[in-house]
Each structure stands twice: as C-alpha cells, then as structure tokens.
Design a protein. Structure first.
Length: 442
C-alpha cells in the first residue's frame, strides 16, 4: 500500500466526530487492474457535474458505485435515489481512509480538484478529474508527475475530446487539410467574472452545509449567501474558480491544442482588465505564443483567447466567407485554408470552393467516461490522461496569471515552471494551503 497523505485515523475521529466514522475501517489497496474486472468507484461531489460524471461512469456494466463525499447534505437526496446502496461521507479524506476503491471522480469546485485527486493517487487510486485539472499551475504539474510515476489511469473531464466532432478536427489538421497552421483564435461567450463590490455582510451558513469542508485548502472566511460562493458563483471568485478561461478554456483549447501539437507557451499577455480583490474580470483577450510544431509554420505560433463579448478582429472574420462566429469555438488559419471548430459542432473548412468536394475522413466518437473505466480494468488507454491534460491545463491557467498583469508580456519557462521576466508573477504559480489541509505530494 502507498504511504497515506492523510492524517491519522485518530485525527479523523477528532476532526469529524464519531458519527462520520460509523462504517468499519478498511485500508485501501489496488492492483493495476481490479482482479474481478469490477471497478469499485466513489464520487467526490453528489450533484451538478458530479452527478453527470457519476451517472455516465456508472452506466458502464462493470462499475459499482460504493460511496460519495459531499459537503452539502441538501445535494444528497438525488444521489441516494440513483445509488441507494452507496455510503455517504462529508469528508473525502474519511472516505479514502475507510473505503476500498479502484477509482474516483473529482467533480467539485476548482480549488479542491488537486487536493482530492492527489490524496486518491497517493493511495494508488485511479482518477477521473473534472476540468480544469487544478486551480493552480504547480498543482497541475504535480498531478501529472505523480500519475506518471505511479502508472495510474487518469482522464480529465473534457468529454468532447472523445466526440467525433473534435476528433475529426484533429484528424483534419494533422492530415494537412488546411496546410500548416499560422495562427489560432479561440473564444467563449461566457462571462465568469464580477466587477462589482464584495457584499459587506456575513450570512448564516445554510443547514446541512459544512462550510469548513467546502473551503478545504483555502483560507477561512465568513459565509456569504445568495449564491456568492455556493452553489453557483464560486467560478467567479479568485480563490475558488478560474474564471471563464478555466471553465471553458480546457474544453475549447482542447481540439486546437491537440490538433496543432502545442506544448508549453513561451509567453502570455493579457490585453483585458485585471481581476479585483475577489473576482475574475470579464471580456478577456489573452495572447499566447507557442513554439512551432510539425503541424505549424516555422518559428512561433500565436494563439489568442477571447471571452465575454470579445471576438477575433475583422481581418479574421473576413476570411470566414459569411460564416458567423459560433457562440463558442475556434478558428485555425492555415497556409492552405481555414477551419472553424464550433463548441460543439462539426468543423467547417474554407474556402468553400476549395473544399466543396473534399472527402472528409470517417471519424467516430467514443464514450469518454467508459474509456476511463475500461482503462482501469486494463482494457485500452485514456486519451485525455494527465500527461495530456496537465500541459493543456497549465497553458490555460497561464492566462489567469496574465490577467493579473495587464498589458505586460510574461515570459514563461515551462520546464522550470517559472516566469523569467516578471518575478512578481511567480507568487501565482503555487499558493499555500490552509494549515491542517496539507496533502502529501503538493
């Protein structure tokens, strides 16, 4: 058994009280694939995206959902209706100590992705982690390194990665349909930011919500109700979410990141507003410069992200032959054509006169969640494992750091995980965890 990153059982008893540990104590151990072929699975999160993930994972005939960790008891009823035999915990650390598991899904607010995933991986448990993989750059790098070292099955929840639409986009670029890529523009209409003032009040914590466990690794603070944090608007807050680029960037960057074979950018620059003291800004324009790849022109490749009401400039729209920008998506400009990749939709190849009779390759989608389960069972491999999802998330999260330094080009050394020209930016690569919430490996 791997060394546990968790506090002792005595500490758990003090922390949670006897009621939370009524089930018998079972240590966790795991072979690379379950001997019976039956995957014992637990969910971190019981509603929203967690319910979507666990429902898809449980639809695999070889999965047994044995437990859930959820800090808000009001979100348990739907889960128990769907999985009446699953055991319920408030604290994910207690769940990990007590349950014998093969895999977990981490489907919680962004700030707890890395602590939960790392705690599971340190016990040899395979992880399906929601996007963005982590809240901070250091966390993404460490999850990637530990998953590789321990040879664990991992998958990030960018399910369109496995859909026919995105797989076709990758195939078209890598087969040379539009030549070598010269530039990429990608965007989302969402606006997970907040330019207003922070409410000057303290509200009672709702019955059934363990606010301390919800905060997790983040510094203690009073609860503010009316959706300021939980359950909806944590994405807007600096300490808990990652803004629009964190929410949608991992989805929308994905097909162009994969298609163009992008790696770690050499620089990133924000042209939009900076966040305020508590929330991300809206209407971002973030300019990346990536090294050339076999699928791009020589030199460097510019990639620009837009969100809210921002979109690529008029000279890019002029190349779309009357096609409007989809609500969310990307445009890839190649030496031999242009491709629009809607989120989610089939790619459009331009100019129309050139591609009117073009025969597209036949590409089929696969079930992203079942691919994970099968890999846990020793059948096949995942396509969005942390070796892929980690670098993708790092690239996205660099945009969040850049917004803190508007109109400033930040030069990035990906190998050293360090900004080289603006030393102040390095404080946002890794943040300290709250005392008592330290996780081995992070």
């Amino acid at each position: 058994m791997s060394a546990s990153p968790l506090p002792s059982r005595r500490d758990f008893l003090k922390f949670t009280g006897a009621a939370a540990v009524a089930a018998p104590f079972v240590t966790s151990h795991l072979l690379s694939a379950p001997p019976s072929g039956r995957v014992r699975h637990a969910s971190f999160g019981a509603a929203g995206m967690a319910m979507a993930d666990i429902s898809e994972i449980a639809s695999h005939p070889n999965v047994e959902v044995v437990a859930v960790a959820e800090v808000d008891s009001s979100r348990i009823a739907g889960f128990k209706k769907r999985f009446p035999d699953a055991r319920v915990y408030e604290d994910f650390r207690v769940l990990l100590e007590k349950e014998k598991l093969d895999s977990v899904n981490v489907s919680t607010p962004d700030h707890m992705h890395a602590p939960m995933a790392m705690a599971a991986m340190q016990r040899g448990i395979h992880v399906y982690g929601q996007k963005p993989l982590t809240h901070d750059l250091h966390e993404s790098r460490r999850l990637t390194e530990v998953a590789r070292k321990r040879k664990l099955v991992t998958q990030m929840g960018i399910q369109i990665h496995s859909a026919a639409e995105y797989r076709l986009a990758v195939e078209l670029v890598q087969s040379g349909a539009i030549g070598k890529i010269r530039e990429i523009h990608t965007w989302s209409s969402k606006d997970w930011g907040d330019n207003g003032a922070m409410p000057n009040r303290v509200d009672p914590v709702p019955a059934g919500l363990n606010w301390d466990l919800w905060l997790g690794v983040v510094a203690d603070r009073p609860f503010i109700g009316q959706g300021w944090y939980h359950p909806a608007n944590w994405r807007r807050r600096l300490d808990f979410g990652t803004g629009t680029f964190g929410d949608m960037g991992c989805h929308i960057f994905d097909p162009v990141f994969k298609a163009a074979g992008l790696t770690s950018p050499v620089s990133v620059r924000s042209e939009g507003a900076a966040p305020n003291s508590h929330s991300w800004a809206t209407n971002a324009v973030i300019r990346y410069v990536f090294p050339a790849t076999p699928f791009t022109v020589p030199g460097t490749i510019p990639v620009t992200w837009y969100d809210g009401n921002q979109r690529p400039p008029a000279e890019i729209r002029a190349q779309l032959e009357g096609h409007d920008y989809p609500d969310q998506g990307s445009v890839l400009i190649g030496t031999g054509g242009v491709m629009i990749v809607p989120h989610v939709g089939m790619p459009v190849l331009l100019p129309d006169a050139k591609f009117r009779d073009f025969k597209r390759p036949e590409v089929k989608g696969v079930n992203h969640w079942h691919q994970f389960v099968d890999a846990v069972r020793g059948v096949g491999r995942t396509s969005a494992n942390f070796d892929y999802a980690g670098p993708l998330t790092e690239a996205v999260l660099l945009g969040s750091v850049a917004t803190r330094f508007p109109q400033t080009t930040l030069e990035w050394n990906g190998k050293r995980l360090k900004f080289t020209n603006v030393k102040e930016a390095n404080q946002f690569v890794r943040r300290p965890y709250r005392k008592g919430w330290e996780i081995k490996g992070l």
